[in-house]
Structure formats: structure tokens, C-alpha cells
Design a protein around this ligand. Structure first.
Ligand SMILES: Cc1cc2nc3c(=O)[nH]c(=O)nc-3n(C[C@H](O)[C@H](O)[C@H](O)COP(=O)(O)OP(=O)(O)OC[C@H]3O[C@@H](n4cnc5c(N)ncnc54)[C@H](O)[C@@H]3O)c2cc1C
Length: 393
């Protein structure tokens, strides 16, 4: 059986695994990626979602020299409007104070495409497609994954195999999880009026509806809606023809983008969140959705995963400079210590904000009205919220 020696084995070449591999290749590490799907091909990708990239993530992408490639496909968010179900009750964010954008909207397929084009050029990265991890064991101070006719022997295994992580199942790492018993529908569409780089979040009775400004496609203004609602509503919405869906959406977004002209794509995602009780096992660390997933109300899941990537990258850099080997117990525990609390905090915030905005009785409606009013007037609190959303807090 052929044995491949590497420093780091990455399980899962999605948005997080690919970014981790690219950043770590800059530190001269030998890396193997195992991805259960076939070779990445942008033209065949089914995920039509967009990601709101925060300013904090952008800074790290600049540091590892990949932002210039992603930026070509990014539409800046310059303003955010949060609108309660009572339309006159609004919070308005811009970023005059920091003279920067509030974030960037990029289609997931372009983030992956930019990363894969660079990964394929790196001599210290080997990508195996159509390989799902199943057999992992230890050999003295190394971790080994075994496949049909080869095995990979490394210092540390990085699990970035998503929400239903196989690595987590193999090692029985406990998790806290929550099924919201709801769905999010993501609809990309053309509209008549320029979005003016504004993102909207409507807090409707049955769940939030976000509109994210996308890059213009030829002559068409384009945006993406992420609408959370009950399973029954989303299922029946998608049974309607596009004309009827457009009428419903036009009614909800109240002319913010003129009128909706055409639906480009529709996709449904069940809403579940989880948090691993720890972000490591012996010679294994969990990154991105394999460690945590959140209600998409704040659009921060990938951004937080990118903070895992950045912290892992900085830890490897530190170990390199001290001449230490990566992957031992102290290393894995330090990674956990740097990342767990941030994930716990976001898990709680997204969960509670969703709950508060769903309550619907006279008392709560008045309370929500007062809080929104207070936030709109209070500059300091507003600045703190926008710093948090930008990933710089
Ligand atoms: C509706 C919605 C909107 C969102 N919007 C935003 C947003 O605006 N901003 C934001 O920051 N986040 C957002 N998120 C969250 C974001 O999409 C995720 O956090 C991110 O995609 C996680 O990336 P990942 O690489 O960890 O996992 P995945 O993207 O799930 O990748 C996992 C990879 O591992 C592979 N894999 C799985 N099992 C195995 C195995 N056994 N062996 C080998 N490979 C395996 C898979 O094929 C896949 O390629 C949103 C989420 C949803 C549901």
C-alpha cells in the first residue's frame, strides 16, 4: 500500500477546507485534501448561494493574497437597512465613520473558483477527489487515514467536512444542536431599480427576509433574497409558478428594488444550528461548519469559519517560528481556546435575535419598536453593532 507523507490532511474541500489549504500552503506545509465530490467545476456547481463577506474576512483574504481574485466578483455593501414588520420602524447603517464598506456579496461558486485555480498551482498541495474519509487511526505521533490502495500519514488532520462531519461521527465528538423546524429559501432575481449597494433585512412575522445586492449581470440589476419561514409556507411557495412568487415577493419588499423582473434560481435549506462541545480530538481540529453552524440571520457562518482558518494559520506560523511540530495536544487545545468562545457567542446571538423578532403580541411589538428606535438614535451602540457585523470586533 502506497503511503503519502504530509504535514496536514484536510478532509473536505468546500469553502473552508479550500481556504485553509491555500493559506497553509503559504507557510510551506505539505498538504493533502480529501474531497468526497468530483473535481471542482464552476459550470456544474448547483449551489447558487451568495456569501456576505465581512471586512474582517476580507483583511485576511488580502493577507494571503487571494482577495484580488475574489474582489473581481464582489459587490460592496455600502448601506444596510433593518426594517421591522411595521415599515416605519427602521435602523439604518452606513460606514462613513470608518470610510470602508460594510461587507461584500460574492456568489459561492466564484469564491471556490478563485481558490481552486490557485490551489491547483501549488506544488505542496495534493487534491484527491471522490474520496470520502472513513478509516482513521494513530501511529506513534502521527495520524493516518486509510483508503483503498493508499494511506496518508500526517501531523494533524483538519476536519472541514461540513455540518454532518464524518470525522465528528467517527470520533463521537459530542454536539449541542437545534432544529429550527424551518427552512430558508434563497432566490436570485433581476429587478428594475438599482440596489444602490444597499442590503435589507425585513423582520417579518414568520421570520427574517434579507435582500443582498449582487453584481450587475450584463444590463440587469441583480439581488438575492434569503427568506426564512415555516416549512409549510416555503414548501407551498415553491409549488407556485414564478409569476406568483414574484407577486408575493414584490408585496414583501415594498418597492425597495422597483419591481422584480425575473427569477434566476431558487434553492431551499433546512434551518439547523449546532456547536461541537470541543473543537479538537487527538491530532484533529474542527474548522467551519464541522465545528459550528448557525441560523443564517446574521450571514456570519462562513465568516466565523474563516476566523477558525485565520487562527489556525497564525498558530502554525507561531509553531514554525518556534521550530515546534504542529498537531500535539497543546497545539490542538490552543486552537480550541482561541475559537470556541466566539462560536458560542454567535450561536447564542443568532438564536436569540431570531426568537425576539418572532414574538408577536402587543407587549413585545412595543418593546421591539422601542429597541429599534433606541438603536437608530444611539450612535455608540449602532457603531458597535456594525463593527460586529463587519467582523472587526
Ligand atoms: C441559506 C444560507 C445562507 C448563508 N449565508 C451566509 C453568508 O451570507 N455569510 C456567511 O458567512 N455564511 C453564510 N452561510 C453559512 C455558510 O454557507 C457555511 O458556513 C459555509 O458554507 C461552510 O463551509 P464549510 O466548508 O465548513 O462546509 P461545506 O460548504 O458544507 O463543505 C464541506 C465539504 O466537505 C465535503 N465532505 C463532506 N463529508 C466528507 C467526507 N466524509 N470526506 C471527504 N469530504 C467530505 C463536502 O463534499 C464539501 O465539499 C449561509 C448558510 C445558509 C444555509
Amino acid at each position: 500500500m502506497k503511503e503519502i507523507q504530509s504535514n496536514i490532511t484536510i478532509v473536505g474541500g468546500g469553502l473552508i477546507g479550500a481556504a485553509a489549504a491555500y493559506s497553509l500552503s503559504k507557510l510551506g506545509k505539505k498538504i493533502v485534501i480529501l474531497e468526497q465530490k468530483s473535481k471542482f467545476n464552476r459550470k456544474k456547481i448547483l449551489d447558487k448561494r451568495t456569501t456576505a463577506i465581512s471586512e474582517g474576512t476580507k483583511k485576511f483574504l488580502e493577507e494571503i493574497n487571494i482577495w484580488k481574485n475574489i474582489n473581481k466578483h464582489a459587490e460592496p455593501i455600502k448601506k444596510i437597512q433593518i426594517i421591522d414588520r411595521n415599515q416605519s420602524n427602521k435602523i439604518f447603517f452606513d460606514n462613513e465613520r470608518r470610510k470602508s464598506n460594510l461587507g461584500y456579496i460574492v456568489k459561492n461558486e466564484f469564491i471556490l473558483d478563485s481558490l481552486y485555480k490557485e490551489l491547483e498551482k501549488q506544488k505542496n498541495i495534493k487534491i484527491f477527489n471522490n474520496i470520502a474519509i472513513k478509516d482513521i487511526f494513530y501511529e506513534s505521533n502521527r495520524i493516518v487515514s486509510k483508503h483503498n490502495n493508499f494511506c496518508i500519514n500526517s501531523n494533524v488532520l483538519l476536519a472541514s467536512d461540513g455540518k454532518n462531519s464524518s470525522v465528528r461521527k467517527i470520533f463521537k465528538t459530542p454536539i449541542y444542536n437545534k432544529d429550527y423546524k424551518r427552512k430558508a429559501v434563497v432566490i436570485n432575481f433581476y429587478h428594475s431599480k438599482n440596489h444602490d449597494n444597499t442590503a435589507y433585512e425585513f423582520f417579518l412575522k414568520n421570520g427574517p427576509l434579507a435582500i443582498l445586492p449582487m453584481q450587475k449581470n450584463k444590463n440587469y440589476f441583480q439581488s438575492s433574497i434569503v427568506w426564512t419561514n415555516t416549512n409549510e409556507f416555503i414548501n407551498s411557495l415553491l409549488l407556485l409558478d414564478d409569476g406568483k412568487i414574484i407577486n408575493i415577493l414584490n408585496d414583501k419588499i415594498k418597492g425597495s428594488l422597483g419591481t422584480i423582473k425575473k427569477i434566476i434560481s431558487k434553492q431551499i435549506f433546512p434551518l439547523k444550528a449546532h456547536l461541537n462541545s470541543k473543537f479538537f480530538e487527538k491530532r484533529i481540529v474542527y474548522l467551519g461548519d464541522s465545528a459550528h453552524s448557525f441560523h443564517p440571520i446574521a450571514g456570519q457562518g462562513w465568516n466565523l469559519g474563516m476566523q477558525d482558518v485565520e487562527n489556525f494559520y497564525n498558530l502554525v506560523k507561531k509553531y514554525n517560528s518556534l521550530g515546534l511540530e504542529i498537531g500535539d495536544e497543546i497545539f490542538c487545545k490552543e486552537y480550541h481556546k482561541n475559537n470556541f468562545f466566539k462560536a458560542y457567542r454567535l450561536y447564542q446571538i443568532t438564536d436569540k435575535v431570531d426568537r425576539i423578532f418572532k414574538f408577536d403580541n402587543v407587549g413585545f411589538n412595543y418593546l421591539r419598536f422601542s429597541v429599534i428606535n433606541f438603536l437608530e438614535r444611539g450612535k455608540k451602540t449602532k457603531n458597535r453593532i456594525s463593527d460586529f457585523a463587519m467582523g472587526i470586533n
